[in-house]
Design a protein around this ligand. Structure first.
Ligand SMILES: [Fe+2]
Length: 216
């Protein structure tokens, strides 16, 4: 791990990654509208996904004790000092699914290796906190390397992904928060339940003190 002089964390050294992170930094600084940030970063993100050389092997391995479930690796690649940006790789072994979950921040997510399918959910109850949760599938997508999609809550923020290839899938996530360390939600649609959860990272502890935890 490298902790940079400004307190950011960088786990991977590569010119293509460095150029991408610089584009992210400049775009976020000049553009307050997150939809515009996403739009402006699409070409840079496409280049990052198209370059198969920069992500080390250890960031492409399933994690038997992953915080999103057995076989799910969450590898932190970069985190800003303010913890308002993170880049990570999510690795799922063949046939492995994430729970249904949200992200609570803007982001761009793209497939780097393997193949995945994704179900996007919309919450259709009006219960707010504490009531039974109703979720409806609004999209089913099949993803190949180079495909990517936006996250701009609340729209499209709840999903589940599963590896459909014989080899593990790795997807690259740029998020406008410290995605592994924030408290967010996992859903059990058939039980109409939601629970607070924190995925953690497979390669980096979350800083203490903990960010605000579940209240109920
Ligand atoms: Fe996700």
């Amino acid at each position: 791990m490298t902790t940079m002089s400004d307190g950011a964390v960088l786990h991977v050294r590569s010119p293509v990654l460095k150029a991408f992170l610089e584009a992210v930094r400049q775009t976020v600084e000049r553009e307050p509208d997150r939809a515009q940030v996403i739009r402006a970063l699409r070409p840079s993100f496409a280049r990052l996904l198209a370059d198969s050389s920069w992500l080390p092997e250890e960031f492409r391995q399933p994690d038997p004790s992953g915080g999103m479930g057995e076989g799910v690796g969450n590898y932190l690649i970069y985190r800003s000092a303010a913890r308002d940006l993170s880049l990570m790789s999510l690795v799922l072994g063949p046939g492995v699914s994430t729970p249904v979950h949200d992200h609570l921040a803007w982001g761009i997510v793209g497939l780097y290796a393997g193949r995945q399918e994704e179900w996007v959910y919309r919450r259709t109850d009006a219960n707010g906190e504490g009531g039974p949760v109703d979720l409806t599938v609004v999209e089913h997508n099949r993803l190949s390397p180079g495909d990517f999609y936006d996250l701009l809550p609340p729209e499209g923020d709840i999903h589940q992904v599963r590896t459909t290839s014989a080899e593990p899938s790795a997807s690259i996530h740029l998020l406008g928060n410290d995605i592994g360390c924030v408290w967010r939600h996992r859903y059990e649609p058939e039980e109409h339940r939601v629970q607070p959860f924190r995925s953690g990272y497979s390669n980096e502890p979350c800083p203490e003190p903990l960010q605000s935890g579940p209240t109920g």
